[in-house]
Design a binder for this molecule. Structure first.
Ligand code: FPP
Length: 228
C-alpha cells in the first residue's frame, strides 16, 4: 500500500491525511476482493522498518489501525472475512496486540476472504524466526538436519497454511519487494502500478488481475501453466 505520503504531498495535505485515505482504499479493496472471489489478500500495513519514521507518524498509523479494527471488525465478520495477522508481536503496544488477537479470534471460523494483515512485519525477520523454530525443534531432538526441506521450512513461517501469493501488487511506481514475503514470493507474479495507494480501487485491482492472467507461469519448467 505504497504512496500515501506522496499522494498527500501532491495535494498539499499532511501525510496523515494520505494514510487516512489509504485506509479507505483498503476498505474498498477488501470489499472488491471478496466480490471477485479472491481467497487470500495480504496487505503490508506496517513494516518492521517503519519504526524509523517520526514518532508522530507512527502514532497516526497505530491510531488508524485501532480505528480500523474497532470500526470495521464487525462488518468484516458479517461478511465472513477471516482476519489473520503475520509479523512480530514484540514491541507493539498492549492494546494493539489485544485488538489484533481479538480480530483473529472473532473471525477464525469464517470461510470467506482470508485477510492477512502484515503488521510489524519483515520477511527476513519471519525467515529468521522460522529458522529459530527449527533449531529449537532440533535441539529438542524432534528434527534432524536432513529433515530441513523447503516444505518443512514453510511450515514454520508465521501463517503456514496461507498459500504462496499468485500475484503481488505494489503501488506508487516503486519496483522492489522491500522485505515483503520474500520466501513466499519465489514464483509470484509481480505487478507494479504507477498509482499512489489512496487512488487504488476495484478497477486497478481488476486491471492487475488481467495483467496476471496474461502471464505465463512456468515455475522453472517448460510446460506453460495458465494463471487463473
Ligand atoms: C505506505 O505509504 C503506507 C504505509 C507505510 C502505511 C499503511 C498503513 C495504513 C494505511 C494504516 C494502518 C493499517 C491498517 C490495517 C488500517 P508511505 O507512507 O510509504 O508513502 P510514501 O512512500 O509516499 O511516503
Amino acid at each position: 500500500m505504497d504512496g500515501n505520503g506522496r499522494w498527500a504531498a501532491a495535494r498539499g495535505l499532511p501525510r496523515a491525511e494520505g494514510h487516512r485515505r489509504g485506509v479507505e482504499a483498503l476498505r474498498k479493496t477488501v470489499r472488491a476482493a471478496g466480490e471477485l472471489g479472491i481467497r487470500y489478500l495480504t496487505i503490508f500495513s506496517f513494516s518492521a522498518e517503519n519504526w524509523a519514521r517520526p514518532a508522530s507518524e507512527i502514532s497516526d498509523l497505530m491510531g488508524l489501525l485501532r480505528r480500523f479494527i474497532r470500526h470495521d471488525l464487525a462488518e468484516l465478520h458479517r461478511n465472513n472475512v477471516r482476519v489473520r495477522v503475520i509479523g512480530a508481536r514484540e514491541g507493539l503496544e498492549k492494546d494493539i496486540e489485544s485488538l489484533l488477537e481479538e480480530a483473529q479470534q472473532l473471525t477464525r471460523a469464517n470461510t470467506g476472504l482470508n485477510l492477512v494483515v502484515a503488521f510489524n512485519y519483515g520477511a527476513r525477520q519471519e525467515i529468521a524466526h522460522a529458522a529459530r523454530r527449527l533449531v529449537e525443534k532440533a535441539l529438542a531432538g524432534a528434527l534432524k538436519p536432513e529433515d530441513v526441506t523447503p516444505e518443512r521450512f514453510s511450515e514454520n513461517l508465521d501463517a503456514p497454511d496461507v498459500p504462496d501469493p499468485d500475484l503481488i501488487i505494489r503501488t506508487s511506481g516503486e519496483q522492489r519487494l522491500s522485505n515483503f514475503l520474500l520466501w513466499q514470493a519465489a514464483y509470484s507474479e509481480l505487478v507494479f502500478l504507477p498509482v499512489y495507494w489512496p487512488d487504488f480501487d476495484r478497477a486497478a485491482l481488476e486491471n492487475a488481475i488481467v495483467e496476471y492472467q496474461g502471464r505465463e507461469r512456468r515455475y522453472g519448467g517448460l510446460i506453460a501453466k495458465t494463471g487463473s
